[in-house]
Ligand binder design. Sequence first.
Ligand code: PLP
Length: 392
Amino acid sequence: MVKLAQRMSQLAESATLAVAAKAARMKAEGVDVVDFGVGEPDFPTPPHVARAGISAIEAGQTRYCKPTSGTAAAKQAVCAKLARENELSYSPEQVIITEGGKMGVYLAMQAVLSPGDEVVIPAPYWVSYPEIAKLAGGNPVFVRGSETNDYKLTPDELRRALTPRTRMVVLNSPCNPSGVTYHPNETRALADVLQDRDLLVLSDEIYDRLVFDGQKALSYAASSPAAHAQTLTLNAGSKTYSMTGWRVGYVAGPREVIKAMAAIQTQSTSGAATFTQAALATALTAEQSAVEAMRVEFERRARHMWQQLTAMPGVRCPRPTGAFYCFPNVSACTNRMGLRGSVEFADRLLGEAHVATVPGAGFGLEGHVRLSFATGMSMIDEGLARMAKFIR
Ligand code: PLP
């Protein structure tokens, strides 16, 4: 047996992976699976963005990125985006371009966490936060929002989770997996709790453009000057511009933290590919009609899926106001059907009804499953009809 690093014993095998692997196997065998498991838009990268990447390759932008923290053009485009859409003022030295949003989370945690530092993570959460925190030596501290508040953290819940060891608070609005967006007043109320604390907020705003029902997601850093000084604002091309495979994202925040993140990037990956950064710069600065078209379609699907889910007996679901997920509570169904929890529910739903979902256990909230509506309307109808029959 090969001996692996000690840290590997702490890294959880993704609970979501087993169902995804089984769904992939079934599809390969020709089973007609309705896949609600996907975490990426079902739209192509907008053609003008793709062309910008291709042109950059043809123009020879295929060498090491200098500096590794990102091209001047990409950093400027990020600053312009954050000023235009998020009311945030940053200079290019306060920005790092990363290999996707995930690497932004990774670099941020590596740069600021020391062993034993606590990272407050509201549950349900995106699966990777706790694992990345642990890899950096941090201790995840989970705070579960209440169902009656659509799983959003209240100021009191946040306050109770803080200790002298808290080094970071992770916020994610709109949220994966709940699909819920904090109201600006709720964001400001959380900022009031944190304003005098010596900690950093990692505000993951990767779904900030995909909001519905006239909501606007307020950037945490825009809630006050104190919040601005303590925040790492994270985003990526992935969700907004359907660029998941391009692997390009960005983080803006205090200069010293960005510099530390860049130092790690220099000694590890050497940064994002130069031509993907050219595509990101175009995505952020050119006209935005493709984003709005995708947002409108997601809004339509969100309403439709939520209405169908909440009409199912025993299913409760927060109304999605952003991202592209519904996160129904199916615990009444699992109890009725004698199932042990969300993993068995998702497994049986896949095996018997051929519908792939992601069990809530991996997102820190049992009794739920995540359904992505990044799939066409007819697939949504077909999958939900199968699910309704399954839980009957
Ligand atoms: N943050 C959240 C909340 C996500 O849902 C995801 C992807 O699913 C990421 C970050 C990572 O995105 P990327 O593909 O840019 O690494």
